[in-house]
Design a protein around this ligand. Structure first.
Ligand SMILES: N[C@@H](CCC(=O)N[C@@H](CS)C(=O)NCC(=O)O)C(=O)O
Length: 333
């Protein structure tokens, strides 16, 4: 793994575990607010999003960007092989324009020459100031939503409800799969995996009668949970031992995941092979020989048959409006 200590890359410092339980470090860089970031996103040149194809926190942000049609925000991809943490792909380094930019940790050091902490993605990079504006996916996602104002994935009136839902799904599912996968003690694994499946059972129940997490309304919560569901059967089952059931064994949840997958822009953000490689080639604690498994065919394009639960809606100008499934709701930002 490795991380930065006083601005120096230290390969010998590993992920943080306490009594066999994996603890994800909170984003350590100071961040502008989502509203300030949204204003910066309308400047030209726009800040650059640095994201990894396999990382679910990056995926949350690229999903919001795609569904809101924010094509003008450039993306630099950080990907495999992971030497000194996330490495920038050649095209990613070129987009960032820095000669000799190879690693994400260099962006952190440029921002704060004495930074101590993990060099995580996603992040928003501002070329003019040569600094990271934000390294927290939830804030970046809200900023992108605000930057494209004609409709909202996280309307102001619903942010408290969405924050509570996000916290529940983060603790019980999206981060709990990592607690299962990175556990180094049986009881830590048992606790995590119990939470994962209790949360999936709750989602199955909730989504049996609702098209989306907020009823019929498309929201950021659907995109956030989708980033985890899209990795469940290929990665979190086989690699992180979340094996009690598969996503495809949950009729409503699996159909819901395919419904979200069919929304405009979503499929283009998903790279199933990059997900597999990103985890199986780099998590050498769980997969020391770096063998990438062959998986059964999973048909994400199968009809989801969820229209009977009602038409999808969006939050536009303080009211529900139809989500035209064939059109991107793009804004020029
Ligand atoms: N709070 C961050 C967490 C992001 C995060 O943990 N990203 C992982 C990739 S999936 C990462 O960059 N890990 C590298 C490391 O921890 O060294 C967010 O949601 O933006």
């Amino acid at each position: 793994m490795g991380m930065l200590i006083d601005g120096e890359w230290r390969a010998d410092v590993d992920r943080f575990l306490q009594d066999g339980v994996f603890i994800r470090e909170a984003s350590m860089l100071p961040s502008a607010t989502a509203a300030d970031l949204a204003a910066r996103l309308s400047e030209r040149p726009a800040p650059i999003l640095v994201a990894s194809l396999s990382c679910p926190w990056s995926h949350r942000v690229t999903l919001v960007k795609a569904v809101k049609g924010l094509h003008q925000i450039p993306v630099a991809i950080a990907g495999e092989p992971r030497t000194e943490g996330y490495r920038l792909t050649e095209s990613g380094g070129a987009i960032l324009g820095g000669d000799g930019l190879r690693h994400v940790h260099q962006l952190y050091r440029a921002t704060d020459s004495t930074y101590s902490g993990r060099a995580t993605v996603p992040l928003l990079w501002e070329a003019r100031s040569q600094s990271i504006l934000c390294n927290e996916s939830a804030t970046i996602a809200r900023a992108l939503d605000l930057a494209s104002p004609s409709w909202r994935l996280a309307p102001g009136a619903q942010t408290d409800a969405l924050d509570a839902l996000s916290a529940r799904l983060y603790n019980g599912l999206s981060n709990a799969v990592y607690r299962a996968g990175f556990a180094t003690a049986q009881n830590a694994y048992d606790d995590a995996v119990t939470e994962v499946f209790a949360t999936l059972d709750w989602l199955e129940d909730h989504l049996t009668t609702r098209r989306c997490l907020l009823g019929q309304q498309v929201s950021e919560a659907d995109l956030f949970v989708f980033a985890t569901l899209a990795r469940f059967d290929s990665v979190y089952g086989p690699l992180f031992r979340c094996t009690r059931r598969r996503l495809v064994d949950y009729p409503a949840l699996w159909a819901y995941a395919r419904d979200v997958y069919s929304w405009p822009g979503v499929a283009d953000t998903v790279d199933f092979q990059a997900n597999l490689r990103g985890y199986f080639l780099n998590d050498t604690d769980n997969n020391p020989h770096r063998i990438v498994p062959k998986l059964p065919n999973i048909d994400w394009d199968a009809p989801h048959d969820r229209a009977a639960l009602g038409p999808l809606t969006i939050w536009r100008n303080g009211a529900q409006a139809a989500f035209d499934e064939a059109t991107q709701h793009a804004d020029a930002c």
